[in-house]
Ligand binder design. Structure first.
Ligand SMILES: Cc1ncc(COP(=O)(O)O)c(C=O)c1O
Length: 341
């Protein structure tokens, strides 16, 4: 079965878990979900959007499909999320949306971003690829903004091998979302055995299959355990690295939001390559995962108004965090780090 009852069931259960009063639309990848959100937000060639510079390229590539102009906002040095003061500085009458990524699983400053978006009457689109299960001031990520996107790519909290979900709060957008997901065709309006309808919108082949949805349902049923295990590991890093010299954990101090613990990112004061090599000697892998997007030519080249990104570029590091690890593994990694590099 291509898109059938399991997709519908997955969408229903996903909505119950994450979307509040909204609806969930299952698609073939998180990138599909973002592209769909950008279309539903009415973005047109020449429009400007404010986006994070520090994210997976997938957040920003769909704008290149659409001829929409990306304006990169700097990172907040404490969280590596989008910097609210820089978003405000970049706003103008051509800005048609603000996109934010909850980096590593830590929610962005949603109240402040929504206050700016409200002034300009534009939507906030959340890339929650890292953040299912995160909360902001008691609200679930997924019920705050008009559009929230999730990824079910192989190494995410919930996986379907590859897949994605878009949660939408405005129900009137659902028929269009369903058409765009399937070539622009209104499947609810098909004749019995014949096909007489026109197609008036360009759509895509962005559907999720029942095979993926079956995996998604199984994964969703394990989600609470996966999330709490990851959060436990993140806490173990907090304890293990408290007071360590030359390294600072990102997102450890958030009080009004909960971290979905997809990444454990730290800033090392100096010698990041030595740091990585000394961990590797002990068979501990570390990496950068994402890079500033303006290093890629497709986005128009390096920007020079991103001082916070410049300052952390050579210092951030992502430490191991996944469901097969134990708190003892984390304690060992912290011990190795505390011996110095
Ligand atoms: C922040 C972020 N946005 C978007 C994506 C794209 O999701 P997908 O791989 O499901 O297309 C990813 C990761 O894959 C991501 O980390």
């Amino acid at each position: 079965m291509v898109r059938g009852p399991r997709v519908a069931q997955f969408e229903k259960e996903f909505t119950e878990r994450f979307a509040g009063a909204g609806t969930s639309i299952a698609v073939g990848s998180g990138t599909d979900a973002l592209h769909l959100a950008y279309i539903l937000a009415g973005l047109k060639p020449g429009d400007q959007v404010i986006v994070p510079v520090f994210t997976c390229t997938a957040t920003n590539i769909p704008f290149l499909y659409m001829g929409v102009i990306v304006r990169f906002a700097d990172v907040d040095p404490e969280t590596l999320n989008i910097s609210v003061p820089h978003v405000r500085a970049l706003m103008n009458e051509k800005t048609k949306a603000i996109v934010c990524v909850h980096y590593g699983g830590l929610p962005c400053d949603m109240d402040e971003l929504h206050a700016i978006a409200k002034e300009y009457n534009i939507p906030v689109i959340e890339d929650a690829a890292h953040a299912p299960g995160a909360t902001y001031k008691g609200k679930k990520i997924g019920e705050i903004s008009q559009f929230t996107m999730y990824s079910f790519q192989a190494i995410k909290h919930i996986t379907t091998g590859d897949g994605g979900m878009l949660t939408i709060q405005d129900h009137s957008l659902i028929p269009m979302a369903e058409r765009i997901r399937w070539f622009g065709i209104d499947r609810s309006n098909k004749q019995k055995g014949t096909w007489e309808n026109d197609i008036t919108e360009v759509g895509y082949k962005y559907q999720m299959t029942d095979i993926s949805a079956a995996m998604g349902l199984a994964s969703l049923h394990e989600f609470d355990d996966i999330l709490s295990h990851r959060q436990k590991l993140f806490e173990a890093y907090k304890i293990g690295l408290a007071g360590a010299n030359g390294i600072k954990l990102i997102g450890a101090e958030a009080m009004d939001r909960t971290h979905a613990a997809w990444l454990c990112t730290a800033l090392v004061e100096q010698n990041r390559s030595n740091f990585m090599l000394s961990l590797r000697e002990k068979k501990i892998e570390s990496s950068q995962v994402h890079y500033r997007n303006d290093r890629y030519s497709i986005f128009g080249g390096r920007r020079y108004d991103l001082p916070n990104m410049d300052a952390i570029e050579e210092n951030y590091i992502v430490l191991p965090l996944h469901t097969k690890m134990t708190s003892d593994n984390v304690a060992y990694i912290c011990e190795v780090i505390k011996r110095g590099w």
